[in-house]
Design a protein around this ligand. Structure first.
Ligand SMILES: C[S@@+](CC[C@H](N)C(=O)[O-])C[C@H]1O[C@@H](n2cnc3c(N)ncnc32)[C@H](O)[C@@H]1O
Length: 279
């Protein structure tokens, strides 16, 4: 999942399906950051978006806060190219290739951001608290700066995962759908909140937001079979049966169970917090 070329291939199609859900999560995350204070409209505010992808957070920040300098970063050049292609107005967005596991360097200088944002990316890394990733993110922040993180909530109600599993098992009843993430990767709110607290972040607030993945039948089929997103590619690669039959079964489920793809459950875990106190 952390291989940049995998995400390069997903860039062009990302906004059509996955981006729709992540934008809803990003909108609520920005509101939560504002509730924590200080405001993104402050004269000294500066934001970095880690694992920015095609810009779910960045573009909403740019639209709401035209004066806010935003550094949009990602490990995938293809994603950042798409992010800039999606920009609809002259903005204060700059981009930089950054590995979010070790983000400090170039324009991402220590202590220089009032806000560190990241949506649907941190869970690509193992143990973000225990292996020092969140310590690095804290270092990017000015004193009292705010971190705002969104994750996919991969609970048992994760619609795309369940839909695939139901279709695959109808074709091969012995199929076991592997977890979406390996052990030691975060899958939801409890780990996010506990992880932030364990490395000393203060004023931690978290919630689960149900966004749905309601992209319609054609939208879902496009996402699953043609978008190049690493999630469906991984599922398909691990299935030994007839994928053509799985697709037919998926179409039936979308029609009969998921209301033509307009009721596919998907949630995000969202958290905001303030930088740990520096001695
Ligand atoms: C699911 S997408 C989320 C994109 C966007 N933030 C959103 O909410 O729609 C995950 C992103 O993380 C990026 N990514 C993967 N590994 C990374 C790493 N080590 N450092 C920075 N970005 C990474 C991918 O290229 C991809 O753009």
């Amino acid at each position: 999942m952390a291989d940049p070329s995998k995400w390069d291939h997903a860039a062009a199609e990302y906004n059509d399906a996955v981006g729709r859900s992540s934008r809803l999560g990003a909108a609520r995350l920005i509101a939560m950051a504002e509730e924590l204070y200080s405001p993104l409209s402050a004269p000294n505010a500066r934001a970095i978006d880690l694992g920015a992808g095609t810009g779910s957070v960045t573009h909403q920040l740019a639209a709401a806060y035209p004066e806010l300098p935003i550094l949009a970063t990602d490990i995938s050049p293809g994603m950042l190219k798409q992010l800039m292609a999606n920009a609809t107005m002259p903005t204060n967005i700059t981009t930089q290739i950054v590995d979010m596991a070790a983000p400090i360097g170039g324009a991402a200088t220590e202590g220089s951001f009032s806000h560190v944002f990241s949506t649907m990316a941190l869970q690509i890394l193992p143990e973000p608290a225990g292996e020092g990733t969140l310590d690095q993110w804290a270092k990017l922040l000015a004193p009292d700066g705010i971190v705002a993180i969104g994750l996919w909530d991969f609970d048992e109600n994760c619609g795309p995962h369940v839909l695939w599993e139901e279709a695959a098992k109808a074709v091969d009843p012995s199929y076991v759908n592997p977890p979406l993430l390996p052990a030691r990767h975060w899958t939801g709110r409890a780990q996010l909140e506990a992880g932030l607290k364990s490395v000393g972040f203060r004023d931690v607030r978290s919630e689960v937001l149900h966004m749905g993945f309601n992209v319609g039948k054609e939208g879902f089929l496009q996402f699953f079979w043609e978008s190049g997103n690493p999630m469906p590619l991984d599922r398909q690669a691990g299935f030994k049966g007839d994928l053509g039959k799985v697709k037919v079964e998926m179409e039936r489920l979308l029609d009969e169970v998921y209301c033509g793809g307009t009721k596919i459950p998907l949630s995000a875990a969202l958290a905001v917090a303030r930088r740990p106190k520096v001695d």
